[in-house]
Write a protein that binds this ligand. Structure first.
Ligand code: MG
Ligand code: MG
Length: 266
């Protein structure tokens, strides 16, 4: 069942979604080689709590941390620990905040120090594919129009692997609502987009094959060929006009550019 949001609910969600971007920016200011993923998580969790929110992912189906932290060949659902960031790593942070009865959910992949040109290209294309999908998030289109656009751009144009098993989703009072938003599919298929729908659109794109495996920790999803994977996510409200992106990367990108320990050439 799809829950359509009122204009007032959208504004409550927008405030939470913007807070997710600020939590990301707090991390983006701090990321550097030598930091542990536990330290990254703790910084984000403290930011969320200090701002009156709750981490959406903590204990969600038993997930062990506030933040999903997925390094290099980890696609999503990694969790923090003693692992230390080093130059050349990519780190995907997926942050969810619950506040005033609604969730915000946004992911971004950061490059620690200098990374290879092919990794930069993966990040650039994955981020661009998010906007290619969002462009189709318009009343009257269907979910498959978003899915198809992301798949064509990443798989057909750039030859990357599009993860099939994990998808975007509706968002609201629950972290995962209907409808599902796959990153692959047919134009004109799936539920029709209507005003008041809020969708978390989140391409998970692999440099190599589309296939994934789950690590024995019961959570972390890895690429089958162990090549890197990138993840970017915005929350988008369907309107009568242009897509309304409730989350923002503006402060993240600013922090990324100001932090000499991060690459940002994409
Ligand atoms: Mg997310
Ligand atoms: Mg999500």
């Amino acid at each position: 069942m799809i829950h359509y949001k009122t204009a007032a609910e959208i504004e409550i969600m927008r405030a939470t979604c913007l807070l997710v971007g600020k939590a990301h920016a707090a991390a983006a200011k701090a990321l550097k080689p030598g930091m542990t993923t536990q330290q990254v998580n703790d910084l984000v969790e403290a930011f969320i709590l200090d701002n009156g929110g709750k981490p959406s992912f903590k204990n969600y189906h038993g997930f062990p941390a506030a933040t999903c932290i997925s390094m290099n060949e980890a696609v999503v659902h990694g969790f923090p620990g003693a692992h230390t960031l080093k130059e050349g790593d990519i780190i995907s942070l997926d942050i969810g905040i619950y506040k005033n009865g609604f969730h915000g959910d946004s992911a971004y992949t950061y490059a620690i120090g200098e990374v290879s040109e092919e990794v930069k290209q993966l990040l650039k294309v994955t981020k661009a594919s998010l906007y290619v999908g969002i462009e189709k998030a318009r009343a009257g289109n269907r979910i498959g129009d978003i899915s198809h656009a992301i798949q064509m751009y990443t798989e057909k144009t750039h030859g990357y692997g599009v993860v099939r098993e994990l998808v975007g989703h509706g968002l609201g009072r629950d972290l995962h609502e209907d409808p599902q938003v796959p990153n692959y599919g047919k134009q004109g298929s799936g539920p029709k987009l209507k005003e008041g729908m809020v969708l978390a659109i989140e391409p998970m794109i692999n440099m190599g094959v589309k296939d994934i495996e789950q690590l024995s920790d019961g959570w972390t999803i890895l690429t089958k060929d162990r090549k890197p994977s990138a993840h970017f996510e915005h929350d988008v409200c369907i309107t009568k006009g242009d897509p309304d992106i409730l989350t923002s990367f503006a402060e993240i990108e600013q922090a990324e550019k100001a932090n000499s320990n991060l690459s940002w050439s994409y």
